[in-house]
Design a protein around this ligand. Structure first.
Ligand code: PLP
Length: 395
């Protein structure tokens, strides 16, 4: 099987697995206990916190472990909103291409009386800093812009937006789940106040993530109980997952440059190969995208059948995001970059990383070309296009 769905999840690396076993065998105590096994676990957790902090240029006390990216996103949005509301600020800014962990939380906040501004993106899938500047108001409680998009991989001008928010005194959050471990991040240089990350997007385990919150930035407690995580998240810590995540992140940061160079080489070859398919189009900017991200639309093709036939040929890919495939809604990201409904249904996302090879890329190009041709031969829409009874959306 060629695994080309690394944006959905990555394989837990041997290093991460080893750290998790270590946690279970040697650091099984409760970090809140005062006895020796407890204190050993507490110390191991502190090492993990330092590693996660270091990876993004933060202080260890600014890192709160969570159950993943979704929880981190939820907690930070709700916290900033409610703290803002106490000062009469009931306006929140985000973008049209966020992950549903952000968008659905924003919907929830709208029900609680907040006004939400969704910043659009241009056809290359990138937010304009001037649009964010124009949206900021006296009563803006939070700006949240994702670091890199999970569907089309586009990288947002986070540092510029951070500088703008700093100037206006508005807390700035970024969902960096797709970026951490893949792109260099420095929360101070980039003026980031809050940041979400998730273990399983950089070869750590799933069900664990972290929220970075700059000292003084808003953070309310979601899960009530004990005093874990400085009282911001109760519950006995999932030390195996935390240690696995920290080991995976250290490894990802140590090898970031070579991993990115490798993924970019494969990505660009894959884009070149798939571009040769007639009436195909790359979604998202050609270069301002995650190292391993490729996302294409093919005219006249339905995403689900493409995926199933590729799976038969031994290629694991995805259409849009894992959360939207399985539902019949077109991707909100593809709609945001201006793809019409009929095309937004038929996208293919291939996300490569350090474990993929150039042979994988060649096999993918061959398989996708065959499957697209096969599906088009059977498609009434394609026949109508060819007879000139319909207009091509993708030239
Ligand atoms: C995967 C992902 C999430 C959710 O993270 P989980 O750890 O799976 O909850 C949030 N945002 C983005 C951009 C993601 O890619």
């Amino acid at each position: 099987m060629i695994y080309a769905d690394n944006a959905a999840t990555t394989k837990t690396s041997p290093l991460a697995q080893k750290a998790m076993l270590d946690a279970m065998e040697r650091f099984w105590g409760n970090p809140s206990s005062l006895h020796t096994p407890g204190q050993q676990a507490k110390e191991a957790m502190q090492f993990a916190r330092e590693a996660v902090a270091k990876a993004i240029g933060a202080q260890p006390r600014e890192i709160y472990f969570t159950s993943g990216g979704s929880e981190a996103d939820n907690q930070t949005i709700v916290s900033a909103a409610r703290v803002g509301a106490k000062k009469g600020k009931k306006h929140l800014i985000t973008t049209a291409i966020e992950h549903h962990a952000i968008l659905h939380t924003m919907d929830q906040m709208a029900k609680e009386g907040f006004e939400i501004t969704l910043i659009p993106v241009d056809e290359s899938g990138i937010v304009k800093v001037s649009d964010v500047a124009a949206a900021i108001r006296e009563d803006t409680a939070l700006v949240s812009v994702m670091y890199a998009n999970n569907e089309i991989g586009t990288i947002q001008p986070v540092a510029e937006i951070g500088a703008l928010c700093r100037e206006r005194g508005i807390p700035f959050h970024t969902d960096a789940v797709q970026a951490v471990g893949h792109l260099p991040i420095d929360v101070n240089a980039q003026n980031i106040d809050m940041l979400s990350l998730s273990g399983h997007k950089f070869h750590g385990p799933r069900g664990v993530g972290a929220l970075y919150v700059r000292r003084g930035a808003p953070l309310l407690t979601f899960i009530q109980g004990g005093a874990q995580e400085s009282g911001r998240r109760a519950g006995t810590e999932n030390l195996p997952a935390i240690m696995g995540m920290a080991a995976a992140l250290e490894d990802a940061v140590d090898h970031m440059e070579e991993n990115a160079a490798h993924a970019i080489q494969l990505r660009d070859a894959l884009i070149d190969g798939l571009s040769k398919i007639p009436h195909s189009a790359l979604n998202g900017d050609r270069t301002r995208r995650l190292p391993g991200n490729v996302n294409f639309c093919f005219e006249g093709i339905e995403g689900e059948s493409l995926l199933l036939l590729l799976d038969d040929k031994g290629i694991a890919a995805s259409s849009g995001s894992a959360c939207t495939s399985g539902s019949l809604d077109p991707s909100h990201v593809l709609l945001a970059i201006g793809r019409p409904h009929e095309v937004a249904h038929g996208s293919l996302r291939l996300t490569l990383d350090r474990e993929n090879t150039m042979e994988d890329v060649e096999a993918i190009v061959k398989a996708v070309t065959e499957v697209v041709n096969y599906l088009r031969e059977m498609s009434p829409v394609w026949k109508a296009l060819q007879r000139g009874e319909r207009q091509y959306v993708i030239q």
